[in-house]
Design a protein around this ligand. Structure first.
Ligand SMILES: NC(=O)c1ccc[n+]([C@@H]2O[C@H](COP(=O)([O-])OP(=O)(O)OC[C@H]3O[C@@H](n4cnc5c(N)ncnc54)[C@H](O)[C@@H]3O)[C@@H](O)[C@H]2O)c1
Length: 349
């Protein structure tokens, strides 16, 4: 795919949409989920650090780096719940992969769509390992940009066949109902979170509010439920009532980051949690029994974005859904960067 080291393959939003439609949305999520599982299995190989967050009153801008020693990747991502009311996305992202050997970038991509795919893939991996095997009904609370991807990931990977939708904004639920028509899912729109959760085996909360919110209260959560809490992902931004956390077996990506950002920020710093990668390797028990309440306190970790970029690089092989960017200066003599600039003056004249 990369023709020479000085031009970098770039996947624009348009090319990402076309690539995803070429492959199929559900297949993309399933393939990314496989990459995430593979990378979680080799978790100790990766550089890990909580993401670098720059908070403001309105939102957050974050950098998410990691490396497996061969490739290096990072994502730039924002979270601005107030954007939606201004006609802007709550979450936008872009990112790149680079070669550890040369330090040169090897892939640059939009990651707003890729983030929705990888977040759906991550929830699906967590649900596959933690939900009851007979789980068929999903309550999806928060019907914004992430929601359809979440539903399709759980359908494809976990066998969910029914989705019960709730959002404080009925227009979001209507959009979600329309988008999921023809997906093969039975879609039910609900007037309250209590109604949405009735008969659900799995709940995914993906709301956006820059404050401590309580999307799920203690009385709503019964035995055997699996919860993916993905909207509580910043200091001061949570979705799940503390009493539910205390009744649940809690699973996280990277504890050092989740204790700052996840719903577990409401608990003591040493409250016991389990790491999803260790459930995948079999080192740690997942669901104890059919009555346990399991909570995946997902905040999004850099390795998932690395997995998504790795997937994208392989999906581009044999595809035309990218352009080459002239991104790396390439003087004939590597030490004569100045001369290269001067010679361009002559060409411009
Ligand atoms: N964990 C992760 O890896 C990850 C990845 C991407 C996004 N997120 C987070 O997921 C959340 C959803 O992202 P999005 O891109 O879909 O945002 P969005 O703004 O497109 O949608 C959020 C929806 O939540 C609804 N909502 C807000 N408060 C609610 C409430 N109390 N009850 C029910 N619905 C409510 C809004 O009306 C809106 O439709 C955000 O908080 C975002 O930061 C997490």
């Amino acid at each position: 795919m990369q023709k020479d080291l000085n031009t970098v393959p770039f996947v624009s939003v348009e090319n990402m949409m076309r690539l995803v439609l070429d492959i199929g949305i559900e297949t993309c999520i399933a393939q990314i989920a496989e990459c995430i599982e593979d990378d979680f299995r080799r978790w100790p190989q990766f550089d890990k650090t909580p993401r670098v967050a720059s908070h403001s009153r309105e939102g957050v801008i974050e950098l998410m780096p990691t490396s497996d020693g061969i490739d290096y990747g990072f994502k730039y991502v924002n979270g601005h719940p107030k954007n939606m009311k201004e006609g802007l996305q709550t979450v936008t992202a872009f990112g790149l992969l680079a070669s550890v050997d040369t330090g040169y970038p090897v892939l640059l991509s939009e990651m707003t769509i890729l983030t929705a795919l990888r977040t759906a893939a991550t929830s699906a991996v967590a649900t596959k390992y933690l939900a009851r095997k007979d789980a068929r009904t999903l309550a999806l609370i928060g019907n914004g940009a992430q929601s359809e991807f979440q539903a399709l990931g759980l359908k494809r990977i976990c066998g969910i066949d029914t989705v019960r939708l709730y959002d404080i904004d009925p227009a979001a639920t209507r959009k979600c109902v329309e988008n999921l028509a023809g997906s093969g899912l039975t879609v039910v729109s609900c007037r309250s979170p209590e109604e949405a959760i009735q008969g659900a085996d799995v709940v995914t909360t993906c709301t956006a509010d820059k404050q401590y919110a309580t999307i799920l209260t203690d009385n709503m959560v019964g035995a055997g439920l699996h919860i993916n809490g993905i909207g509580g992902d910043c200091p001061g931004k949570t979705e799940i009532h503390r009493d539910i956390l205390l009744r649940s077996d809690i699973f996280v990506e990277y504890p050092e980051q989740t204790r700052i950002e996840g719903d577990i920020q409401q608990l003591d710093d040493d409250y016991p949690v389990k790491e999803l990668w260790q459930v995948i390797t079999g080192a740690v028990e997942g669901r104890k029994d059919d009555r346990a309440i399991t909570l995946f306190d997902g905040v999004g970790f850099a390795i998932e974005d690395f997995s998504a970029l790795r997937w994208l690089r392989s999906a581009l092989i044999g595809s035309t859904r990218f352009t080459q960017l002239d991104m790396i200066a390439d003087p004939d003599d590597p030490r004569d960067l100045f001369g290269m600039v001067q010679r361009e003056k002559e060409r411009m004249a």
